[in-house]
Design a protein around this ligand. Structure first.
Ligand code: SF4
Ligand code: SF4
Length: 133
């Protein structure tokens, strides 16, 4: 299976050989999609990893046990709910139906349907949608 993980490192763990450990100890294939280290030496790493589900679960336990925050990501976009005014411009742009408005006109996002075309980002006048890449 393939999954995307966003790792957030405290300043004392930014030198941790994470990808090496994922390969050698857990037999996983990590692909680094994005890496950031800020001026406080905190860091984040967006990985796509491929391997056996049990190995991925063990690796996530190892990472969390090391003090690294791990979030599993289902989609390539995030919606800033503070900015969103539920105008539905992005719904019209999303031909696949991953974005929709419910009965109360609340914006709903179904990450499993998203094909990562990024059209919704361009359609949003409030810049409330951003790519995680
Ligand atoms: S286009 Fe932007 S502001 Fe309008 S509903 Fe979509 S995310 Fe919200
Ligand atoms: S990236 Fe494309 S498929 Fe995904 S929610 Fe936006 S418009 Fe829809």
């Amino acid at each position: 299976m393939k999954t995307r993980l966003l790792l957030s490192f405290p300043h004392n763990l930014t030198a941790e050989p994470v990808t090496y450990t994922l390969v050698k100890r857990y037999d996983l294939i990590p692909n680094i999609l994005k890496a950031d280290i800020d001026h406080n030496r905190q860091g984040s790493l967006l990985l796509e990893i491929e391997g056996e589900q049990a190995n991925i679960e063990d690796a996530v336990m190892y990472l969390r046990g090391s003090g690294i925050d791990v979030q599993a990501l289902k989609a390539a976009i995030v919606i800033d709910e503070e900015r969103c005014v539920e105008c539905s411009a992005c719904v019209a742009a999303c031909e696949i139906g991953a974005l929709r408005c419910d009965e109360e006109f609340k914006l709903k996002f179904e990450a499993d349907k998203c094909i990562e075309c990024m059209l919704c980002i361009q359609a949003c006048p409030l810049r409330a949608i951003r790519s995680i890449f």
